[in-house]
Design a binder for this molecule. Structure first.
Ligand code: FMN
Length: 367
């Protein structure tokens, strides 16, 4: 089937960014994904991986924020993503920030968003997750309501109510658009929060992986803190690295570069991959990492895998390149693995680090 996205792109571009996104999600929910994206080739067996006892057909996932309300996780899996992350969902519905709050930076291949956790709330997400046939891996990214001072209560609520409906949980402490949220990354606060969340997970959904999503803007000391807190002995199963950045690289050219909010896309590739490599080194490769930020090609995804990511996710590049990008990334990744003599993704994880071999031995046997 042909890739129709190049024909649709001018229409989407003419619409306000959020309207274009809504239209895309609606098209996916109507089953139009394969028509728009074309049908890709089957995944190469070298892309398969078992992590946390779950079988990932390929390592490329859709990042949180694309399908905040769990409207289209299965349509995204059918498009060829190896896994889908829904959310961020907050316990109660909340509108988020006033519009406009999403900006396309064409010249920089980037977006700035200050959505502020617009969410229809957990009830709706739960109803949708209950209605699925569960044919692929869908993680649930949990947040807190803006007006709740007691952050832990909201995350606990999320874990308890979602329970076994999630294939994995992500505790999002890194969105820049909810005041105070990123302070939860401070070592003492995070330790306390995660201890409670791990206990709740062990109660309602033992064995469901629990990940924490961090900001790309962490300094050296904060990186060490995160690595210490995320030790697997504490019950954390992985780290998502990372969210959008509040930093603005000096080279940005778009007229929207000065908008407040989180920047995603190409300018985030280098800093988020460097952070990923640091966290891999600091954690000694003992905990699986998901690399996110700026991926727009197979080479970018491969760089994250070699820096230490077992899985990768993307969002922003899809807006600029369309969904056929996914097939190009997957076939390109298989080719890069072949070129470098790796027979599986797991063998390439962390390959750029001198201490890669202990990780590689673990990769096959990790939960
Ligand atoms: C419009 C938009 C909304 C997002 N919403 C969320 C969200 O609700 N929760 C979250 O953890 N990350 C959210 N993100 C961050 C992405 O999941 C991802 O971490 C970030 O965009 C970097 O990846 P990218 O450069 O491939 O887009 C959002 C990103 C964008 C662009």
């Amino acid at each position: 089937m042909p890739d129709l996205y190049p024909l649709i792109r001018p229409l989407l571009r003419a619409l306000p960014a959020e309207t274009a996104h809504r239209l895309t999600v609606t098209a996916l929910s109507c089953g139009l994904g394969p028509l728009i994206a074309g049908r890709g080739d089957p995944d190469s067996p070298s892309l398969r991986q078992t992590l946390w006892g779950r079988d990932f057909p390929n390592p490329v996932g859709i990042a949180a924020g694309f399908d905040k309300e769990a409207e289209v996780p299965d349509a995204l899996l059918r498009l060829g993503f190896g896994f889908a992350e829904t959310g961020t969902v907050t316990p109660r519905p909340q509108p988020g920030n006033p519009k406009p709050r999403l900006f396309r930076l064409y010249e920089d291949r980037a977006l700035i968003n200050r959505l502020g956790f617009n969410s229809k709330g957990l009830d709706q997400t739960l109803a949708r997750l209950r209605g699925r046939r569960r044919t692929g891996i869908v993680g649930v990214n949990l947040g807190k309501n803006r007006d709740n001072e007691n952050a832990a209560a909201d995350y606990l609520d999320g874990v308890r109510r979602v329970g076994r409906l999630a294939d994995y949980f992500v505790i999002n402490v890194s969105s820049p658009n909810t005041p105070g949220l990123r302070d939860l990354q401070r070592r003492d606060i995070l330790e306390n929060l995660l201890r409670q969340v791990v206990a709740a997970r062990d109660e309602v959904a033992p064995g469901t992986p629990l990940l924490v999503k961090i900001a790309p803007d962490l300094g050296d000391a904060e990186r060490e803190d995160i690595a210490a807190v995320a030790d697997p002995s504490g019950g954390i199963d992985g780290i998502v690295i990372g969210n959008t950045t509040v930093a603005r690289s000096p080279g940005l050219r778009s007229p929207h570069a000065g908008e407040a909010g989180g920047l995603s896309g190409l300018p985030l590739l280098a800093p988020s991959t460097a952070l990923l490599g640091d966290i891999y080194r600091l954690t000694g490769g003992k905990i699986p990492l998901i690399g996110v930020g700026g991926i727009a090609s197979a080479e970018h995804a491969y760089a994250k895998i070699r820096a230490g990511a077992s899985l990768v996710q993307l969002y922003t590049a899809l807006i600029f390149e369309g969904p056929a990008l996914l097939g190009r990334i997957k076939s390109g990744l298989a080719e890069l693995l072949r070129r470098d003599g790796f027979s599986t993704i797991a063998e390439a994880v962390g390959a750029d680090h001198v201490v890669a071999s202990p990780h590689r031995q673990q990769a096959g046997s990790r939960r």
